[in-house]
Design a protein around this ligand. Sequence first.
Ligand code: PMP
Length: 367
Amino acid sequence: EKPTVINFNPGPAKVDPTVMAQAQKELLNYRNLGFGVLEMSHRSAEFIDIVDKAKTNLKELLNIPDNYKIIFLQGGATGQFSAVPLNLLNLSPDCTADYVVTGTWSAKAAKEAEKYGKINIVHPKLKKYTSIPAEDSWQLNPNAAYVYYCDNETVNGVEFHFVPDTGNVPIVADMSSNILSKPVDVSKFGVIIAGAQKNIGCAGVTLVIIREDLIGHQMKECPAVLDYKLQTDMNSLYNTPPSYSIYLTGLVLQWIKNTGGVTAMSRKCAAKSQLIYSVINNSNGFYHCVLDEDCRSRMNLPFRVGGPGGDQELEALFLERTKQANMVGLKGHRSVGGIRASLYNAVTVEETQQLADLMLSFQQEHA
Ligand code: PMP
């Protein structure tokens, strides 16, 4: 018998139990072939059907316009930190790109891109990742190849609740930790990248959604596996793809579709994050969230216990209490400290309510 655990892991993270059950059911015998997806040729008709079905569902869920391509790549979102400049920097005559750096992941993306061109951070360096610098203060370069930002900073909890206005310069957005949690106007983006292991499946596959006219500008040094042109031409099958991860992502996409699509996910995410933020906001400072109100993430909610800087003893006690309640994954990232609740698509409102209840009773006992 499987123990009942509430999984708040930041990623890899919870997958809906119906998806897990289907994967289990098909593990040894996919569609009565007598073997599973793990054992299937990536050139087989069955696997190509899995890829195409995942693309069709994603296109439908995000309302992706016809002039965009979807590819499934390896190397994680970190691989895309290199792929983006390798494929796009040539769009600028002097190999430059603009980066908005609002947290750990966009900082890493900018650092990686510096290997390939001239990277301009569009605002003064932030001392703390708790806000988004006012958009009208960004120093955007009209000749930049693209403007890059991270739509949801998983570690710091900074989420964009708007799409930046960059004029004619294409936007590249990292949506690894919030993809399919809200409706997105894809036509405003040049490229969207997302690792799958938080909201849409398991580790091993990274999603790239790219506008057609941005394909085909790769540097000659660009590795084949990261080459957007080659990979779109080959339907993500230039080499052996992460086939099982693509299959699992396909199951998750089907589950999202069956449960009301992105609109339903978005409503659920708003309800869940509201439960936790309202406990924080009504705690008279017992719980503290350092983030500016207008950029608080609906997916990753970092907070301190016992005051603004956090009381280490109380935080240890709090984590112990969550452990007793069979909750996992709530320890904040080591660079931030405190607590972090990750409320990805598969986490239910009921599970989140249990965390909110626990926070309330912990406060009553210790405030
Ligand atoms: N971007 C974001 C927003 C992330 O949360 C992560 C992983 N936590 C990454 C990039 C890096 O992803 P990967 O580990 O798959 O390379």
